[in-house]
Design a protein around this ligand. Structure first.
Ligand code: C2E
Ligand code: CA
Ligand code: CA
Length: 263
């Protein structure tokens, strides 16, 4: 499925643990922006692998392999922990910290102590659970709705926020909204990508936004790259965007400055 040669696989297996210990897996933060006010309302943590020579690897080049061999579980928890550590640091220096979301592999949802594990990490740094959001893709939900619902119930009880990622990318969709008690829906960028069917696209997005809003969910649109897309989203009532038009994923230091500057 993935273009990994045997040599490359064994190379990755050999170096991954050392790289984690060495601090080579770092979170970048992509702001979520209120399109009407320009305010940064939160961020998503996205892993980057910075090799000792300074070369940066994007998640697409290593996560599929770590998903297969299970190492992704450690990466996810590391990024979550780093995020908690940074949020504490920001709060300690007087910055008003915003909600940050982290991505979690399907592998966590089989683990009955996942929710407790996250709480343990957050509590170690004293980060309020309500400022932490767990993103899980629509496809994972569809695969095993039973485990996911159970796990979501536990996370919710502990006060974490829940988000469905890549919503609308697959064949799930609207029925999911009534089956899961989530806080945030992240509209997949395929919703706003079309060049030719713009009017239909707007009608569909308007409908999804209306349903999710009535169910009390917040809607974030991913992959907003142009002013035209932003204008359309605001027109249909989706006010929060995450995309290159507003900001690219950035190192923690840069994101911190952005939060600081906003005060
Ligand atoms: P995702 O969760 O859907 O994250 C959004 C991806 O879209 C990011 O890619 C981001 O850089 C990219 N993006 C944001 N705005 C735009 C835009 O306007 N246009 C375009 N074309 N792309 C945009 P990235 O950082 O390469 O991450 C890719 C995927 O890797 C993520 O997709 C997520 O599924 C996974 N991932 C990243 N970090 C983690 C992690 O710590 N744990 C797990 N389990 N998965 C992760
Ligand atoms: Ca995500
Ligand atoms: Ca996504």
């Amino acid at each position: 499925l993935f273009p990994y040669t045997t040599l490359f696989r064994s190379h990755l297996s050999d170096i991954m643990k050392g790289a984690l210990k060495n601090g080579e897996f770092v979170p970048y933060y992509q702001p979520k922006v209120n399109m009407c006010t320009g305010d940064t309302v939160g961020a998503e943590a996205l892993v980057r692998w910075i090799r000792p020579d300074g070369e940066m690897q994007m998640p697409g080049s290593f996560l599929p392999f770590f998903e297969q061999n299970g190492f992704i579980v450690e990466i996810d928890l590391h990024i979550f922990e780093e995020t908690c550590r940074l949020m504490k640091e920001w709060a300690d220096s007087g910055i008003a910290v915003k909600t940050v979301s982290c991505n979690f592999s399907r592998r966590h949802f089989k683990n009955p102590s996942f929710a407790r594990q996250l709480a343990g990490i957050a509590d170690r740094f004293g980060v309020p659970h309500g400022l932490l959001e767990v993103e899980i893709t629509e496809s994972i939900v569809m695969e095993d709705i039973y485990s996911v619902r159970k796990c979501f119930g536990q996370l919710k009880e502990l006060g974490f926020k829940l988000a469905i990622d890549d919503f609308g990318a697959g064949y799930s969709s609207l029925g999911l909204l009534e089956q899961l008690d989530v806080d945030v829906i992240k509209l997949d960028r395929s919703f706003i990508r079309s060049e030719s069917k713009k009017i239909k696209e707007e009608i569909v997005v308007r409908g999804v936004v209306a349903i999710a809003s009535e169910l009390g969910m917040e809607i974030v649109c991913e992959g907003v790259e142009t002013k035209e897309q932003a204008d359309m989203l605001v027109r249909v009532g989706c006010l929060i965007a995450q995309g290159f038009y507003y900001a690219r994923p950035m190192p923690a230091g840069e994101f911190r400055k952005r939060l600081h500057g906003a005060q």
